[in-house]
Write a protein that binds this ligand. Structure first.
Ligand SMILES: Nc1ncnc2c1ncn2[C@@H]1O[C@H](COP(=O)(O)OP(=O)(O)O)[C@@H](O)[C@H]1O
Ligand SMILES: [Mg+2]
Length: 242
């Protein structure tokens, strides 16, 4: 089992879109038994899979009496389950700080991992107790970066946070997101880091939120779907080397 966190200190950088699409490639293309766990109160990952939030269901995961099995939603795709978020998760960071145990998320991913090969975490933005726990639980942290100096700064912050974990630190994979090669700044940023995976800005990708479907389900041979597929393969290779 491996945990893959999609995380950035910044919002609006493509985390949810990436988490939802990678979950599709992990489960449908690579055949891994996959769980997509939405940790953001905004509930975007559920929205992309057409799952309505149910009050308090997201934070119920953190109750000791709760059996996680009862909270899972089938997405309608084989091998792919979803643990949706709801507004109650806005308090999650405060709750984790109050509980005072640094491995709450890791304990839950260990427990959930008995039924899955891959757990993909869609994280809220911010640097706080929740993000620290997410990073501690993950084998790989994917950091989406629209090519701009501000997002490079956000990446440096995440990289510093991860390095603090020393030898227990997860691998970190920066990914350019929403790349528009017509823009000079984007071309220059991508050329300067030619080894980082790249996801183009695409109206098809935007359509995921309109259709409530990942790209693989409605535009499997499109350029953006091919990029997500390549990104999933790069992640699987990285996991194999660990
Ligand atoms: N590659 C892309 N091309 C075009 N639009 C994108 C792309 N990735 C994300 N978006 C859009 O950008 C917005 C923010 O994306 P989202 O995944 O919600 O980011 P985050 O989870 O980091 O806040 C959404 O409207 C989404 O549809
Ligand atoms: Mg999001």
């Amino acid at each position: 089992m491996a945990v893959i966190a999609i995380y950035s200190a910044k919002g609006g950088v493509g985390k949810t879109t990436i988490a939802a699409n990678l979950a599709w490639h992990a489960s449908q293309e690579a055949g891994r038994n996959t769980l997509l766990w939405d940790l953001d109160a905004a509930g975007g990952a559920g929205f992309l899979y057409n799952v309505e939030p149910v009050a308090n269901r997201g934070s119920a995961m953190f109750s000791r009496k709760q059996d996680p099995e009862d909270l899972m939603w089938e997405t309608g795709y084989p091998n792919l389950d979803l643990l949706p978020a709801d507004a109650s998760m806005q308090q999650l960071d405060t709750q984790l700080t109050q509980i005072g145990k640094k491995r709450q998320i890791s304990k839950l991913t260990d427990k959930l991992g008995k039924g899955y090969d891959r757990i993909i975490l869609d994280c809220p933005p911010g640097i706080n107790e929740l993000s620290a726990q997410v990073v501690r639980s993950a084998e790989i942290v994917i950091v989406p970066l629209p090519p701009s100096p501000l997002s490079s700064r956000a990446f440096d912050l995440v990289a510093q946070e991860i390095k603090r974990l020393g030898k227990n630190a997860p691998s970190i994979l920066p990914v350019f997101s929403m790349v528009d090669r017509r823009r000079k700044l984007h071309r220059e940023a991508v050329e300067a880091q030619s080894k980082w995976p790249c996801l183009s800005y695409s109206t098809l990708t935007e359509q995921c939120a309109v259709r409530h479907q990942p790209l693989g389900a409605f535009a499997a041979s499109s350029e953006p779907a091919t990029q997500f597929s390549a990104l999933w393969k790069a992640i699987d290779r990285k996991l194999a080397r660990r």
